[in-house]
Design a protein around this ligand. Structure first.
Ligand SMILES: Cc1cc2nc3c(=O)[nH]c(=O)nc-3n(C[C@H](O)[C@H](O)[C@H](O)COP(=O)(O)OP(=O)(O)OC[C@H]3O[C@@H](n4cnc5c(N)ncnc54)[C@H](O)[C@@H]3O)c2cc1C
Length: 417
């Protein structure tokens, strides 16, 4: 009899979850688990929480939703706090031989978690399932992928790749191991939901994606995507994508069916184009590995020491620049920021305040409900000129950006008055 533990990481969904589907077909007994590792919830080197309250809230919502979906399907979810290796050892002591199935995450801390579990003698099978494209379909080997995004995109377009086909929810979930039913059904902690902008979870992701397409918002996406205010200027898929409450493949599949029904246009193409950026950042670690996480990134540029006083000014929205302050206030009050404002405030921190890009990236990690290791690291490196950008950095002229994107100061008034 085979007992599998399915460890949900950033794939908090049942639909189009390759690892979970495989676990369902391989197991006689299946225990679904989520683990809060204290390493990911401690303080950063800059002294603030790694997971701020908006992000924690969104995660709680997503776990609550997953738990209820598993229960409806006759299974359950165990929520543990501790080091994954330690927890799996304890489960192995209780349940006998176990195999852990989970999502593959190509980032140093997440890889170290897997190594520690394997070193303790437990078998792990991990599954790559977070990108829109299947790495096996790409017209190049991942360790030789083009550095420049435009070349990457052109090679994919020439090969006519759009997305890998999503799979459904498993028809049947194997029963829980004997003795685990009560543990799995107990509520480990009260999970409250008072989200400001969005609520986490696969059900909410489905609703949000569906209303976005039903209201035909893809048609105007290209014109509105650089705006700063409101719910509809961009898709807002990112919070659910970050925790894997939906897969990039299912969004791409929904987009393709939308194009069949209503016709392709600039907006639908641009949405796909942005999802391709996401894949690009997901694939880069296969080429550069831990180097993407070095202080200097891929460059030789020296690191500026962080002045804590300036950092606090930036993070709390008390710089001499009102436009920056509005952005940083929106971020801390809601856990979200438009792509345009992310670029502007990141550039200001690096180039106008002379700060260490890693402190800025860590603040985003703490605050953003859509925090994603690949996209956050990739975009910060890009702006700092420490990644693969051929232009060697993206300093923004903040005054010019404010004139273009907030000509009547509506955004500044909203967040500062
Ligand atoms: C400094 C900085 C840090 C960032 N950190 C994150 C992060 O932690 N998590 C995150 O998901 N995105 C991050 N981004 C990328 C981008 O800002 C967000 O994905 C986007 O704003 C999310 O809003 P949306 O879903 O409405 O995007 P849309 O404009 O509707 O785009 C659709 C989807 O395409 C993808 N996408 C769009 N732009 C980018 C991009 N530049 N890089 C990668 N994927 C992209 C996202 O999955 C997004 O949901 C960061 C950007 C910058 C400049």
């Amino acid at each position: 009899m085979k007992t599998i533990i399915y460890w949900f990481r950033n794939d908090l969904r049942l639909e189009d979850n390759l690892g979970f589907a495989q676990a369902c077909s391989d197991a006689d007994y299946l225990l679904p688990v989520v683990i809060h590792d204290p390493q990911t919830t401690c303080l950063t080197a800059w002294g603030f929480e790694r997971v701020g309250h908006h992000r924690q809230q969104f995660l709680n919502d997503a776990i609550k939703d997953l738990k209820s979906q598993l229960q409806q399907a006759g299974s359950a979810l165990c929520v543990f706090h501790g080091k994954p290796a330690q927890i799996f050892l304890e489960l192995a002591n209780k349940l006998g031989d176990i195999v852990v199935y989970c999502q593959q995450i190509e980032a140093p801390e997440e890889k170290a978690q897997i190594k520690e579990i394997q070193d303790s003698g437990i078998l792990v099978k991990d599954f790559w399932q977070s990108s829109m494209l299947d790495p096996a379909d790409l017209p190049f080997a991942l360790d030789c992928m083009p550095d420049v995004f435009t070349t990457f995109r052109q090679r994919i377009e020439a090969a006519k790749l759009k997305y890998a086909m999503p799979i459904g929810v498993p028809k049947q979930i194997p029963r829980l191991p004997t003795g685990m039913r009560d543990v799995a059904l107990a509520d480990a902690e009260p999970l409250n939901t008072t989200a400001v902008y969005f609520e986490g979870g696969e059900s909410k992701a489905r609703q949000h994606i569906e209303q976005y397409f039903e209201r035909r918002l893809p048609d105007t996406y290209k014109q509105t995507r650089n705006q700063l205010m409101g719910k509809d200027y961009s898709s807002k898929f990112s919070p659910w994508l970050a925790l894997g409450c939906c897969s990039a493949r299912s969004i791409a599949h929904r987009l393709a069916s939308y194009e069949q029904q209503h016709g392709a246009n600039d907006g639908t193409y641009w949405l796909w184009f942005e999802l391709l950026w996401r894949d690009y950042f997901e694939f880069l670690p296969f080429k550069y590995g831990a180097r993407l996480f070095y202080a200097k990134g891929l460059s030789d540029k020296p690191i500026s020491p962080t002045n804590p006083r300036l950092f606090n000014q930036w993070a709390s929205g008390q710089t001499p620049d009102a436009f920056i302050n509005a952005g940083m206030t929106e971020l801390s009050q809601t856990g979200f920021l438009s792509n345009r404002m992310r670029q502007i405030v990141a550039s200001y921190w690096i180039y106008d305040m002379g700060g260490d890009w890693r402190a800025g990236a860590a603040w985003f990690e703490s605050q953003l409900i859509d925090y994603d290791v690949y996209s956050n690291q990739g975009n910060w490196l890009y702006i700092a000129g420490r990644g693969t950008d051929p232009r060697g950095g993206r300093p923004f002229n903040v005054a010019k950006q404010a004139r273009e994107h907030d000509p009547n100061e509506t955004y500044r008034k909203k967040w500062l008055e």
